[in-house]
Design a protein around this ligand. Structure first.
Ligand code: PLP
Length: 361
C-alpha cells in the first residue's frame, strides 16, 4: 500500500509494523481461535496481554514501584474533573499553569469543583510562551501543581519540568507521552490519552503515586474515585481491550527503536528539520512560538496570508500529506511529528515547503 504522510494531531500516525501485526492477528489471536476484540477481560488471553502491557509501560518509562499504573476510558478530558475531585483539598486550592488550550480546559473544569489559582497565565503572550521551569514554583500550600507538558494546539512544550518540593506535580502528557525520558519520581501523577504516541483513541493511561492516592478526597461516586480502579487493577469495568493491545505492540516497537531516548532523538531531528526551514525562509514561513518552548511534537507555523495557507494545505493533500491545517481555534498550519511518523515523511514535507516558497515567495 501507498501510505499517506500523516501529520494529524490526534488520532494520528501508527507504526506500520504495528498495524500489520494487528491485522495478521486480528481474526485469530496467535492461533487461539478468537480475536482479542472478542476476548473476555476476565480471561487468560486478555489478562496475559494486559499484564505484559503494564510491565512494558513500567520498563519503558522506568516507573518506580510506589506508582500505580492503569488505563481508563473517557478520554484525557475526563481527567480534567477526576483530578480535582480526587486531589483538590476541600478547604484548599490547586495551582494551574495555564499555558494554552488543554491546561486552560483543565483549569476551568477544576474551578467548578474547588478553588484554582493560576500560577501562570499565558493569556498575555497569547499562549506562545511558558514560565522558565527552573524559576517556576507552586505555592507551597497548593494541593497540587497542574501542567500540560505539551500544548498540542499552540505548539509549546515544557523543555524541563518545575521542581515542586512537597507539592505534587500533575502533568497531562497526552501529546508528548513516551517521546522522551521522564523522571517519574518527580511527579505525583502523569496521565495522557494514548491516541498520539501510543495507540488508537479510546484509552487514557494513568500513573499515580501511591501516597497521593492514599490522601485523596473521600465520598466520590464509584467510577470517579481513583481508588476504585487501583483496587481492581484497572479492571473495575470493561477496559478498552483493543486499545490496550495496540499499546502493547507500540511499546514493543518503541523498545526496538531505542526506547524513550531513541524517541527523543527522532523527535528532535524531525522537528529541527521543520524549524530550520521556517527559520531560513526569510520570513515566508513564521513560527509564532517563543523558541525556548518550541514543541518537538506539534510544529505550528504561519504564512503571510490565510489564502496562501489554504493553498498550501490544498496542494499538500494532493501530494498525500494529511493533517497540516492548524487547530480550528487558532488557524495557520501545524505539522504533528509523533513517534511513529517516518523521518522520510518530514523530508518530503520540508522539500515541498521549499518548493512552495520558490513558486510563491
Ligand atoms: N490533553 C491534550 C494535551 C490533548 O492534546 C488532548 C486532545 O488532543 C486532550 C488532552 C484531550 O484528550 P481526549 O480527546 O482524549 O479527551
Amino acid at each position: 500500500v501507498e501510505r499517506k504522510k500523516i501529520f494529524f494531531a490526534g488520532p494520528s500516525v501508527m507504526p506500520v509494523e504495528v498495524l500489520t501485526e494487528m491485522s495478521e492477528n486480528l481474526v485469530d489471536y496467535h492461533g487461539q481461535g478468537l480475536s482479542m476484540l472478542e476476548a473476555s477481560h476476565r480471561g487468560g488471553m486478555f489478562e496475559d496481554m494486559y499484564d505484559e502491557t503494564l510491565a512494558l509501560i513500567r520498563q519503558v518509562m522506568d516507573i518506580p514501584d510506589e506508582y500505580e499504573v492503569f488505563f481508563l476510558g473517557g478520554g484525557a478530558t475526563l481527567q480534567f474533573s477526576m483530578i480535582p475531585l480526587n486531589f483538590l483539598k476541600k478547604d484548599g486550592f490547586a495551582d494551574y499553569a495555564d499555558t494554552g488550550t488543554w491546561s486552560g480546559k483543565a483549569a476551568s473544569d477544576a474551578k467548578t469543583i474547588g478553588t484554582v489559582r493560576l500560577a501562570y497565565d499565558g493569556a498575555s503572550s497569547h499562549y506562545t510562551s511558558m514560565p522558565d521551569p527552573a524559576a517556576f514554583k507552586p505555592d507551597s500550600a497548593a494541593s497540587y501543581l497542574y501542567i500540560c507538558s505539551n500544548e498540542t494546539v499552540g505548539g509549546i512544550e515544557w523543555p524541563a519540568y518545575p521542581e515542586t518540593g512537597n507539592v505534587p506535580l500533575i502533568a497531562d502528557m497526552s501529546s508528548d507521552f513516551f517521546s522522551r525520558p521522564v523522571r517519574v519520581k518527580d511527579f505525583g501523577m502523569i496521565y495522557g490519552g494514548i491516541q498520539k504516541n501510543l495507540g488508537p483513541a479510546g484509552a487514557t493511561l494513568l500513573i499515580i503515586r501511591k501516597d497521593l492516592l492514599e490522601s485523596r478526597n473521600s465520598g466520590l461516586p464509584t467510577y470517579l474515585d481513583y481508588g476504585t480502579h487501583v483496587s481492581q487493577k484497572g479492571l473495575y469495568n470493561t477496559p478498552p481491550v483493543f486499545a490496550i493491545w495496540a499499546v502493547k505492540l507500540v511499546l514493543d516497537w518503541i523498545v526496538r527503536n531505542g526506547g524513550l531516548a531513541g524517541m527523543d532523538e527522532k523527535a528532535r531531528s524531525k522537528s529541527s528539520l521543520l524549524y530550520d526551514v521556517i527559520d531560513n525562509s526569510g520570513g515566508f514561513y513564521r513560527s509564532p512560538v517563543d523558541r525556548r518552548f518550541r514543541s518537538r511534537m506539534n510544529i505550528v507555523f504561519r504564512l503571510a496570508t490565510e489564502e496562501l495557507e489554504n493553498e498550501l494545505i490544498a496542494e499538500s493533500k494532493k501530494l498525500g500529506m494529511l493533517g497540516l491545517k492548524g487547530h480550528r481555534s487558532v488557524g495557520g498550519l501545524r505539522a504533528s511529528v509523533y513517534n511513529a511518523l517516518p523521518e522520510a515523511d518530514v523530508h518530503a514535507l520540508v522539500d515541498y515547503m521549499r518548493d512552495f516558497q520558490a513558486r510563491k515567495g
